[in-house]
Design a binder for this molecule. Sequence first.
Ligand code: DX5
Ligand code: ZN
Length: 217
Amino acid sequence: MSRRVAPSILAADFARLGAAVDEVLAAGATVIHVDVMDGHFVPPITLGPAVLGALREHVGDAVDLDVHLMIERPDRHLEAFAAAGATGITFHAEATPHVHYTVQAIREAGCRAGLAVNPGTPPTVYGELDVDLALCMTVNPGWGGQAFIARSPDKLRRIAALLAPGTELEVDGGIDTSTAGICAEAGATLFVAGTAVFGADDPGAAYRAIAGAAKCG
Ligand code: DX5
Ligand code: ZN
């Protein structure tokens, strides 16, 4: 599977979101990561379907919008994010007792279904169902700019062994030019980078450097 870097708008200037996204699209990005936080599953509150819809309108149909729900009861909100233009919707295994149901509901809403696990959650859930995307958190969810958890590559290997061929394996948190390569070697195919991209003086150049470190095609 081809590898891609997904810049996370969490680290962008929300007052000029369209321009920030344009910079990384011009540098070659084809997927944008959108972090949704509800103030319950994680303490911060970020954005909802209205902002996602505005982003979809801005980027057109050719760009993937990779929506990462860090919210309780994700099943209540799937339709709204799908209607707003999500390409894929990823929810947390810790956020609902209805993991299998929610995967099916995401697909029925017309999106690719992703399942995320926190650093302290064992990867065994991936042996119980098929998903389109597995998201291994490489920091604790809620904030950008945290340090990559060093034992993550070992967990990535264990997750990769449980996934059906063709399943995307995403890493999120602390991804930069020093960590992307080791995640790629451990099987990651989609690399979320927030601070390392939008916190850089030249986000386009930073995007390209991380894509190079991750050996994206
Ligand atoms: C954290 C979010 C991440 C965040 C990553 O909870 O899920 O997507 O944007 O930020 P960095 O790349 O700064 O670690
Ligand atoms: Zn995220």
